[in-house]
Design a protein around this ligand. Sequence first.
Ligand code: URA
Length: 434
Amino acid sequence: MRMYDLIMKKRNGGILTKEEICFMIDGYTKGTIPDYQMSAMMMAIYFVGMNEEETLHLTMAMANSGEILDLSEIKGIKVDKHSTGGVGDKTSLALTPMVAACGVKIAKMSGRGLGHTGGTIDKLESFDGFTTGISTKQFISNVNDIGISIMGQTKELAPADKLLYALRDVTATVDNMSLIASSIMSKKLAAGADAIVLDVKTGSGAFMKSEADAFALAKEMVMIGKNAGKKMMAVISDMDQPLGRAVGNALEVKEAIATLNGEGPEDFTELCMTLGSCMLLSAGVTESREQAEKMLKQVIDERTALQKLADFVKAQGGNSEMVYKPELLPKASIVTPLTAPEEGYINKIICDEVGICSLILGGGRETKESSIDLSVGIVLEKKAGDYVKKGETLAFIHANDEEKRKACEERLLAAYRISSEKKKKESVIKGILN
Ligand code: URA
């Protein structure tokens, strides 16, 4: 088999066989197929597309390019959750303890943030001493003991995807539905859970700008997971404005803790309840989403989910006192309000721009090597659909550097669109697929 012939076949509209896809992924992982040939193939796929079967073969080939995590030593059904990412997306921080407090085993691999979207691991490091650099043995033992553990993605997990994603990133071939679906699902399948609940974002701050594309991506990933023998559900949720109010690592941790105390923002709480009920349903803990939501409400009311977060933080070396005293979390030295220049309805908050504002303050990574300031970020006081008077606070900026604060202030103000036209508040949940 020759890579040249496969590129030509795809370029001319052909359908690649399982053997051809395995040859290509195996060769690329081993280094026998060079970047320039794989780049040409990715561009051919970008323009010609792949059918369901090809997408499934690509996913399986990438999942099998490294180790498949063996979670068989964990008793009970393991449920994983994945978000396609966005601004202020601190969902895993509140959701995983909620679900674990209902008796479902959470064995999750997470990543760090890059660019304007944050990563769960960075956020968790707001707890002094917390580490995700634990061995697989420790990971499994923590899940068995307390029901929840989160570790960093190992190098052995779907290495073909790691190489391919880096290549796509620099060859303008990221935003193809089949390539995104296979990339995400290869890592999820290699991470070994029995059931997977996906949170597919849509809107200006998401990969999928239109709802139709988000539904199509969700459908494709559900299809792949089911074909691989997993229980699958997908929630399509809004990312046209930041989720909740807080954007920035420690600020988001604080908001997640408030949510576990029953005091979270409405949209964020609704998303956690919806995803949580899908996770309980997938694990077979309940027979209906209504029953699941009751259980989730109870673990919040009784603070057992909060306790679960504290147990999890402690088991991974973190200071669990901070869960009960969030004022101990990293704090910025300058906190200033951003005020409305005119009165009216908030018609839109350009989502990516808020993420970039947090990046400017030092809360995100420009490159993989940059370090981040956990304490900085933004807390939105007004969101889309809210009415604001002239001079009222739109948001608070948490900064440690006056120059960066000023740059953030200008850009954040430009991200708010205020108009006299009334805007209807929309639900964060756009749909559920299974
Ligand atoms: N996230 C991934 O892991 N892969 C993609 O291709 C896009 C988003």
